[in-house]
Write a protein that binds this ligand. Structure first.
Ligand code: FE
Length: 229
């Protein structure tokens, strides 16, 4: 079997949210699709170990916010690489409650739909939830981002201006051109580019970044980075 075939399958990229007893959570998912149009049935595949799975399983409700081409990668990191068991993902993300109570994103979303589960299927590590759509809204005509677009952008992050204006190394043996890669999401820190959005100026060696700095894509700490050649 050639597993590369699965990289040829097209998917979108979504924030799937749910609510249980007044508590809300959300996660990134690519396995969302429409099944029928009359009635409007959709399906999602959700990992059983995720908190959002527990919420959907118990309330039978979920909402799907559709992410645009322009979505910042750190929003995907925020919803995709952190657990709602550790942080309140909506503390820093503008949202509103839909008719079902499930939250939908007010920013970085081109629309959303809410659905009520009609059947769930056990798929081993995941559940597949089939659901009837009960409410929808479109916010913008921007193109949705695909899963392939996301992987392309992730690969190109950090690979930018590294070959130009590379500073001279040699401060106390700290290699200024040593790149580090995030083990969780694949983001590459390039000292020549720095991370100006978080105040890390170009020319900053990885070792000189403050210890409380986190991966701009997925939010993990410096200890989750490894040098790459
Ligand atoms: Fe990361």
């Amino acid at each position: 079997m050639d597993f590369n075939i699965f990289k040829k399958v097209s998917y979108g990229l979504y924030v799937v949210t749910s609510i249980r007893e007044g508590k809300i959570n959300g996660q990134i998912a690519n396995t969302f699709f429409q099944i029928t149009s009359d009635p409007v049935l959709v399906a999602i595949g959700i990992n059983k170990s995720n908190l959002t799975h527990a919420y959907i399983k118990s309330s039978g409700i979920f909402a799907v916010s559709i992410l645009p081409q322009s979505v910042p990668l750190d929003l995907i990191g925020h919803f995709g690489f952190k657990s709602g068991r550790e942080i309140d993902k909506f503390a820093s993300v503008p949202f509103e409650a839909g008719e079902t109570g499930a939250p939908y994103l007010l920013e970085n979303s081109i629309g959303y739909l809410e659905a009520q589960v009609v059947e769930s299927f056990d798929a081993g590590t995941h559940s597949v939830f089939m659901a009837r759509v009960v409410n929808t809204a479109v916010f913008s005509n921007e193109e949705p981002i695909t899963y392939a677009d996301y992987h392309y952008r992730k690969r190109s992050t950090g690979a930018g201006p590294s070959q130009q204006g590379k500073p001279d190394g040699g401060r106390g043996g700290r290699p200024l051109d040593q790149k580090y890669q995030c083990l969780i999401c694949g983001y590459v820190y390039d000292p020549a580019a720095g991370d100006p959005e978080t105040g890390i100026m170009p020319g900053t060696a990885f070792a000189d970044i403050p210890d409380d700095w986190v991966c701009p894509i997925c939010g993990v700490g410096k200890d989750q980075f490894e040098p790459i050649t």
